[in-house]
Ligand binder design. Structure first.
Ligand SMILES: Nc1ncnc2c1ncn2[C@@H]1O[C@H](COP(=O)(O)OP(=O)(O)OP(=O)(O)O)[C@@H](O)[C@H]1O
Length: 239
């Protein structure tokens, strides 16, 4: 286990509810600097709810969350974002009425330590498809391009952690490949990532560690290769 100071996010005993429905039942999760974590589990097991709870979107929650040692257990989403966590939600999250260029420029912000290495130019180099569509509106992009724009916007905020929820969902295979390549590049650049994706094999080849949720509890966790080799994995994922 790493010493506490090396974790950028630490969550312990996280519970969450939607009305009277108790969805998360005491989850512990820690993410180290630059670490890639895979979050796996069948549909409806609580992955998105966990993410949305860490980000402050689910208000009926309990447990302790710290980001960079700061208590964010009750923080609101914009406060969490300001601390250096970027969220690429399922279903994109780009401004449909702004151009690609405006979407990117609007997101630009220095990192916590003044970092400014993901310039507009570097983001466009990473996503050559966006470069060809700078004046197109968000709404005019294909699903894959919107996803790239959403990740590009996240990078422009110089986050320490990017959370990707089903980033490849419903996209054509070639675009999916592009997105995984970008996820590798993000990892190589030292940004921590928390990844939810249906392609569990791919997640486990990209991640350092993985957690598997079932009915709002962690039922399996460890280094990605340990999780990949677990005889229980297929059962938990229903594959
Ligand atoms: N806004 C909501 N209101 C009420 N119940 C919800 C809401 N969102 C999710 N749930 C329920 O909470 C449980 C966990 O859902 P969640 O979306 O976190 O699962 P998931 O593992 O991300 O699955 P999926 O891949 O289907 O999104 C499910 O039973 C779901 O029906």
């Amino acid at each position: 286990m790493k010493p506490s100071s090396e974790f950028i996010l630490e969550a312990s005993c996280i519970h969450a509810w939607y009305g009277s429905s108790h969805v998360l039942h005491g989850i512990d999760l820690a993410i180290g600097r630059g670490e890639t974590i895979g979050l796996l589990g069948r549909n409806g097991m609580g992955k998105s709810t966990l993410i949305r709870t860490l980000l402050g979107h689910v208000t009926q929650r309990d447990g302790r969350i710290t980001l960079f040692g700061q208590d964010t257990s009750r923080a609101r989403p914009h406060e969490v974002a300001r601390l250096g966590v970027a969220y690429v939600p399922e279903g994109r999250g780009v401004f449909p009425n702004l151009s690609v260029r405006e979407n990117l420029i609007m997101a630009a912000r220095r990192g916590r330590d003044g970092r400014n290495d993901w310039s507009y130019g570097r983001v466009l180099e990473t996503f050559p498809r966006l470069k060809e569509r700078l004046s197109n509106l968000g709404a005019q992009l294909s699903g894959g391009e919107q996803q790239m724009l959403s990740i590009g916007r996240a990078l422009m905020t110089h986050p320490d952690l990017i959370i990707l929820d089903e980033a490849t969902e419903g996209l054509a295979p070639l675009i999916v490949l592009d997105i995984w390549n970008v996820i590798s590049a993000i990892r190589a650049s030292g940004i921590a990532t928390l990844i939810v994706d249906r392609d569990y094999r791919k997640v486990l080849t990209q991640a350092d560690r993985a957690l598997v949720l079932q009915k709002g509890q962690v039922v399996l966790q460890g280094n990605a290769d340990e999780v990949a080799g677990s005889p229980a994995l297929a059962d938990y994922l229903g594959v």
